[in-house]
Design a protein around this ligand. Structure first.
Ligand SMILES: Cc1cc2nc3c(=O)[nH]c(=O)nc-3n(C[C@H](O)[C@H](O)[C@H](O)COP(=O)(O)OP(=O)(O)OC[C@H]3O[C@@H](n4cnc5c(N)ncnc54)[C@H](O)[C@@H]3O)c2cc1C
Length: 381
């Protein structure tokens, strides 16, 4: 057993961290305040290979292993203070490119993947509906045959990247009487006249990642838009979410590490009652708790990556990792504000934003309650 990354992994992560620090942090607070997605920073991420991390090289991607991917995302989270941009990237990668890589026809892969990698096409994943959130199988969007085409009708909500997406992975029931709701997955271009995107939904955190409702109104798509076999939608959704929950909070470990360093620096320099606040046990213990969370989260994350690289599906570990890191992310966000006192509460210090961004991690990709349900079932309970 050894716990070190190899030279190649360390180099890639270092390059990404330096790139993020240098290029991704301008005007983050302003963009957060106004909910502005940074198109030009997305392009810069694409040039670094980040939009094609999980895509085979033949389509312009990096196709790196799980541990490397996690190391790169942790470095991105450490270097880039715009968690919304990183969240958009994660949505594009795990719920967008991965289903196409795994289930797309070679024609679909050739059509979509090169543009996903070069940054000219952003993907979104539309599963959640106003009345079907945790209970995805309760979705009511329908897909009906019309000759060789399909017609979709229904409404999706909380679709990350919807206002900026060029294409959507969409889940719809194509046979209500069938097992698992007879759900099928579709790949639908944003310029389809039957697809309408609402104005962005204002959110508490990850505010630079635009999130909208998406409506399908007699949306006609060709037969080739089906992603994977007809009726395989729920299996595709489940497998995609499992991958997403394995990777989506790798960047949060980097963010927590950055906040920890800022807290140590603040505790060493801020003086009250004639001494540095780090000398107060209440403050130093809080920072030690943050350190324990970073270390434990990293261990869970990289062990999961190692398992995935050995071919283990790591169903339980993916669940536990997402559950644990999201919890650490929120608790360390609160601790970072507490350590900084009133300054931590101001937007200027850019500490409070991390807490707002962290809270969503206990909701998206399956809430923490749902992760516990899945874990309990995998543990035979
Ligand atoms: C920032 C953000 C981005 C998102 N991006 C996307 C996206 O790109 N695409 C997409 O399709 N969706 C997206 N979502 C939607 C997300 O997947 C859902 O919000 C989530 O699955 C919960 O569904 P819900 O909001 O309807 O809550 P509900 O399912 O109504 O849950 C409400 C509460 O009840 C609890 N609950 C529900 N069922 C159970 C149960 N069986 N056992 C125990 N507790 C339960 C939940 O844990 C929660 O506390 C996003 C959400 C957020 C916040």
């Amino acid at each position: 057993m050894h716990f070190s990354l190899n030279d190649e992994q360390l180099t890639f992560a270092k390059v990404v961290e330096e790139f993020a620090v240098r290029e991704l942090n301008a005007a983050t607070s302003e963009r957060d305040a106004h909910g502005v997605f940074p198109v030009e920073l997305w392009s810069a991420c694409a040039k670094m290979g980040l939009t094609g991390l999980a895509v085979p090289e033949q389509y312009g991607g990096c196709d790196v292993d799980a541990v490397t991917t996690m190391a790169v995302l942790e470095a991105l989270g450490y270097g880039c203070r715009d968690n919304g941009l990183i969240f958009s990237l994660n949505a594009h990668l795990w719920a967008g490119t991965v289903p196409i890589v795994r289930y797309g026809t070679s024609a679909q892969q050739r059509h979509y993947l090169p543009r996903c990698c070069d940054g000219s096409l952003i993907l979104a994943h539309a599963a959640t509906e106003p009345d079907a959130g945790s209970d995805t199988m309760g979705l009511t969007t329908t897909g009906s045959r019309l000759g060789t085409n399909w017609v979709l009708n229904g409404a999706k909500t909380f679709v990350t990247n919807a206002p900026i997406a060029g294409a959507f992975v969409v889940f719809a029931s194509t046979d209500r009487a069938a097992k698992f709701g007879g759900v099928s997955a579709f790949l639908i271009d944003a310029d389809n006249p039957g697809l309408r995107v609402s104005p962005p939904i204002a959110t508490m955190g990850v505010r630079t990642a635009p999130i909208s409702e998406v409506f399908f109104e007699n949306c006609v798509v060709p037969g080739e838009s089906l992603l994977g076999p007809e009726g395989a939608g729920m299996a595709i959704f489940t497998a995609t979410m499992r991958t997403e929950r394995a990777f989506i909070l790798a960047s949060a470990v980097g963010t927590m590490r950055r906040d920890l360093e800022r807290c140590i620096e603040h505790a060493r320099t801020r003086r009250q009652y004639g001494q540095r606040i780090g000398k107060f046990q209440a403050v130093s213990h809080r920072i030690v708790d943050m350190k324990v969370r970073v270390e434990a989260a990293r261990l869970l994350l990289y062990r999961l990556g190692w398992l995935l690289d050995t071919g283990d599906p790591a169903k339980l570990e993916s669940c536990l990792t997402k559950l644990y890191i999201s919890d650490c992310f929120v608790r360390s966000g609160l601790d970072a504000i507490t350590v900084h006192g009133g300054y931590g509460y101001t937007s200027e210090y850019e500490i409070e934003r991390d807490l707002r961004d962290a809270i969503g991690s206990q909701i998206y990709s399956g809430t923490s309650d749902i992760q516990r349900n899945i874990a309990a079932s995998l543990m035979g309970l």
